[in-house]
Design a protein around this ligand. Structure first.
Ligand SMILES: [Zn+2]
Ligand SMILES: [Zn+2]
Length: 122
């Protein structure tokens, strides 16, 4: 007699990869970054820097490990504000959704505004 146990989280395994949404310490400003409740944040909420670890957000498939500098902010009609990162080591660009409305650790709006101002015309 075997029971087939069905976990509530089982549907998550249909994803192509395991998203790692863990806390990390920012290499640039030293802020401790908590994982998002919803979605996947790969950047520091304080200075918006990231590290080149992902090919797709959360997959940790890029072996580069270079520092991803925020170079622009774009607004997306469906996804809201997105930050554009460029890797200082290999030049790859990546886009990540900003988490301005996160309840625990929202992205710093003044940093976002500064970036929007400096990247006008990007
Ligand atoms: Zn930082
Ligand atoms: Zn890179």
């Amino acid at each position: 007699m075997t029971f087939k146990r069905v976990d509530a989280g089982e549907t998550m395994e249909t994803r192509r990869f395991t998203v790692r949404n863990e806390s990390f310490r920012c290499r640039v400003c030293g802020a401790w970054v908590e994982p998002l409740g919803v979605g996947c944040r790969n950047h520091c909420p304080r200075c918006l820097h990231s590290v080149h670890l992902d090919k797709l957000p959360g997959d940790r498939a890029a072996a580069c490990g270079g520092l991803m500098e925020p170079v622009a902010v774009r607004s997306h009609s469906k996804k809201g504000y997105m930050v554009v990162h460029r890797c200082q080591a290999c030049g790859a660009e990546a886009v990540n959704r900003l988490a301005l409305d996160d309840s625990r650790q929202p992205d710093d709006f003044s940093t976002v505004l500064r970036l929007m101002g400096s990247s006008a015309g990007y």
